[in-house]
Ligand binder design. Structure first.
Ligand code: SF4
Length: 492
């Protein structure tokens, strides 16, 4: 039997109850070409390391010649697969996906990889990101009589490739034509009977890296983050570049820059929060970047206090950095229940009021009568932050100062991150002074936008930071914009 989450009304109630007060990541993707290896098992472990990028469904497709074996279901990677399922996924190529639904409801049929038939055989596609021209693509595909099974933009990309291939193009030519029809964020891993493709959109909004396996001949692996390579002992080679397609076959790896005007705009939120701290970006771990954010935050918004700590786990590196620069002792003020997952049992009313303690419990003797600085990576809706502050005060903290290692989130994301609509973003409608009062903190300060970008030590123009500015690197069609922007809604 395959263990999986029951998808019931309870799930929707509970998923709302448990909805993190954080943006939710879209997806993790993984791909491998290695005839000598157990590709399904390596993909399983790759996805296991990428689990933080999506917890709703997982899937693996393997290619055995032209034949595709596919298994996907709702649930965590460890719930969806077991030894015998993996044994039923033979082949020399595998594509894997772990998903948080940003488009389409959370249903099994929407789980990926999306497998479609073409003139040249099947393709299996795993997508991280979000297209912004899905309405247009859907109309084009419906005109061509494609039977769209799911409600995801990822399936649409697969069908657009199929359409081009069926019109006579070979894999690479057809895929490149299809990518030119897609707008938005797409990091893709695509399996075919002949090889695996790794692709990034011209802005490279979502990450995608290439690794090599210690084998002869050298075999290649693709993963959303380097932590997906580390777990299987693959060596990080380089990123797939914005606007690049890499084609991995029996002959090795070939690169095709498919877009002539790439302009790097990596999602800055990947660096601040989404990606794992042990993943490499720009040749350093994100742990190092996040620590520097904390140092910068201490320079920009100093405060006198007795102890500084981070909201586990994502606020910890910045809290260490803040401590180093401010000289305030670093400690632990909150203990995280590391085994907490989605619960299908409704908490009691009084538990709901105390709320936060299911996940984070304050250390009373550490906090009692102390002036505390609590560091978080971001505030989205503010509901969790408020509960957290109350829990710290109940534990006896004398003063609570909050410092955020990113600027106020004022705009929703259209590129594959679920930040909800603009009216749910606390900083879209409230000033810092108003948020300070609402969260009941003594002081509150955010990192500046310049500080966040300069701290990357990279070209500050090479990042998307639209959720802090509203300056979207890929134009958002009006119809799509209206669905998430309150300002737009008001003028309709
Ligand atoms: S809008 Fe924000 S979350 Fe979305 S891609 Fe840009 S920086 Fe990332």
């Amino acid at each position: 039997m395959i263990p999986h989450h029951p998808v019931t009304l309870d799930q929707s109630i509970n998923s709302h109850e448990n909805h993190h007060d954080k943006p939710e990541e879209a997806c993790g993707v993984f791909g491998i070409y290695a005839p000598e290896k157990d590709v399904a098992k390596l993909t399983y472990f790759g996805l296991y390391a990428l689990q933080h990028r999506g917890q709703e469904s997982a899937g693996i497709a393997t290619f055995e010649g032209k034949h595709v074996h596919l298994h996907k279901d709702m649930g965590l990677v460890s719930q969806v697969f077991n030894e015998s399922i993996l044994e039923d996924l033979p082949g020399n190529i595998a594509v894997g996906h772990t998903r948080y639904s940003t488009t389409g409801s959370s249903r099994k049929v929407n789980a990926q990889p999306a497998v479609v038939d073409t003139r040249l055989g099947k393709l299996a596609l795993a997508h991280n990101g979000n297209l912004v021209n899905t309405i247009q693509l859907r109309e084009e595909l419906l005109k061509s009589n494609f039977n769209l099974v799911t409600s995801t933009d990822s399936e649409m990309i697969a069908y657009v490739i199929a359409e081009e291939v069926n019109a006579g193009a070979e894999w690479l030519e057809g895929s490149i034509r299809a990518f030119h029809r897609c707008q938005g964020a797409f990091s893709l891993v695509i399996g075919t009977p002949d090889g695996v493709m790794g692709v990034r959109d011209p802005n490279g909004i979502r990450p995608l890296v290439i690794g090599t396996l210690d084998s002869s001949p050298v075999r290649y692996v693709l993963a959303s983050e380097t932590c997906g390579l580390d777990i299987i002992g693959a060596e990080y080679l380089r990123d797939v570049e914005p606007g690049e397609l890499v084609w991995i076959t029996e002959n090795g790896l070939a690169s095709f820059p498919w877009n002539q005007q790439p302009q790097r705009k990596l999602c800055i939120f990947e660096m601040i929060y989404f990606a794992r701290p042990d993943s490499l970006m720009h040749n350093e771990t994100l742990y190092s970047y996040r620590m520097r954010l904390g140092r910068r935050l201490a320079e920009e918004s100093p405060i006198e206090a007795d102890i500084v700590f981070g909201v586990p786990d994502s606020g910890i590196p910045a809290a260490i950095g803040f401590s180093q620069t401010s000289g305030i002792a670093y400690g632990e003020g909150l203990i995280k229940n590391r085994y907490v997952g989605r619960t299908f049992i409704q908490p009691t009313q009084s538990m709901r009021e105390t709320g936060i303690k299911m996940k984070l419990n304050p250390l009373k003797d550490v906090l009692f009568s102390k002036r505390v600085v609590i560091i978080d990576d971001s505030i989205v809706r503010g509901t969790t932050s408020r509960k957290l502050v109350k829990a710290l005060r109940d534990a006896g903290a004398a003063e609570v100062h909050m410092r955020i290692s990113s600027p106020p989130v004022t705009h929703p994301c259209f590129y594959g991150i679920d930040t909800d609509t603009q009216d749910q973003l606390i900083a879209a409608t409230k000033s810092v002074a108003e948020i300070t009062r609402q969260l009941e903190v003594d002081t509150l300060a955010y990192l500046s936008w310049e500080g966040m970008l300069v701290t990357t030590k990279e070209d500050t123009n090479s990042f998307c930071s639209a959720c802090f500015t509203g300056d979207y690197p890929v134009p958002i069609p009006e119809q799509v914009k209206r669905s998430k922007l309150i300002l737009e809604k008001a003028v309709v």
